[in-house]
Design a protein. Structure first.
Length: 317
């Protein structure tokens, strides 16, 4: 582990046992996030993105593998060490309307993490006012007296972000942070998150199915499919020259705002879902237009295909 690595994941798995068998939600992840780095976790619904985010914050116990934060094994943290980790790693929820207690004023919602972290009462008011200014809600007296139902979605998401920032964390997991907001307010929230990231030197992972969001906010992108990372590289490279067949199909489906440009999306085969044995072979083989015999029996490992660009495919596309 290098001095600049804040989060390091090795062989991370999360399997759920159901009446229908074992669901391999997260199936052997290996990646690291450096201090101050912003990473996008991109993929369709059901790919394991949210489960990965919960594992990173120890909100869900892993089935196997290792997560290290600041060099410490997250799974082994107890007592004061765990409490410190909880202040250093925070979550920005997808739905601001569900993230806040409807019976709490904004003052109560923002004070709660401060109280849990043992911040002195005399310091709490200054912290709350400072963080509201940071998220561009300067009228602190009015905001702190307000209940969630009295605020717009954009204002609520700013408060949710403020609550994640109020303990001055080193790392944030943002799970679809603007998907519940009107298009008209998304850009403002994304610009705010970029400003906060730069000002605080935060490391962050943005979980999304939206290629445009990831391209706008993140310097590096991990593409996830059926519990595995199938592409990892600088966002500009992943978007301009995707190397995995799944990423190519994903990028091709993004609408192009130029009517004269004819770019047909890549059509994939029907998803067989639970009928595919994910313990062996490539998890994308049933939908891949390039699949061949090796894909059925051997899982492709992430390998370099360009500078800082990795893909998990047996072919060099």
């Amino acid at each position: 582990m290098t001095d600049t690595a804040l989060v390091e994941v090795r062989g991370l798995t999360k399997h759920f046992t159901t009446s229908g068998g074992v669901t391999r939600a997260v199936d052997g992840l290996d990646f690291r996030i450096s201090r101050g780095e912003t990473v996008g976790l991109l993929g369709e619904s059901g790919s394991g993105k949210t489960t990965t985010g919960r594992l990173l914050l120890r909100l869900t116990p892993p089935s196997g593998g290792e997560i290290r934060f600041n060099g410490a094994d997250v799974a082994s943290l107890r007592g004061a060490a765990l409490k410190t980790f909880r202040t250093q790693a925070q979550l920005v929820f997808q739905n601001p309307f569900d993230a806040l207690n409807p019976r709490f004023t904004m003052r109560q919602s923002l004070a709660e993490p401060l109280i849990n972290a043992g911040v002195a009462k005399a310091e709490r008011e200054d912290r709350m006012q400072a963080v509201l200014r940071q998220v561009h809600l300067p009228d602190a007296a009015s905001v702190l007296a307000t209940f969630p139902h009295q605020m717009s979605g954009g204002q609520l998401q700013r408060v949710v972000l403020a609550r994640a920032l109020i303990l001055e964390p080193d790392f944030i997991v943002a799970d679809e942070p603007v998907s519940m907001l009107d298009v008209s307010v998304r850009a403002g929230i994304l610009n705010l998150m970029r400003d906060v990231r730069d000002a605080m030197g935060l490391a962050a992972i943005y979980i999304s199915h939206d290629v445009t969001l990831v391209r706008y906010v993140c310097a590096r992108t991990l593409v996830m499919y059926r519990g595995r990372i199938i592409e990892d590289g600088p966002t500009a490279d992943v978007v301009r020259r995707p190397r995995h067949p799944y990423t190519q199909a994903l990028i091709s489906a993004v609408p192009v705002p130029r009517a004269q440009q004819n770019r047909a999306p890549i059509l994939l085969r029907h998803n067989r879902g639970g009928s595919l044995d994910l313990a062996v072979g490539c998890g994308f083989r049933d939908r891949c237009p390039h699949a061949f015999d090796r894909c059925v029996v051997e899982k492709p490992a992430l390998r370099p295909v360009a500078s800082a660009h990795l893909t998990a495919c047996h072919l060099d596309l």
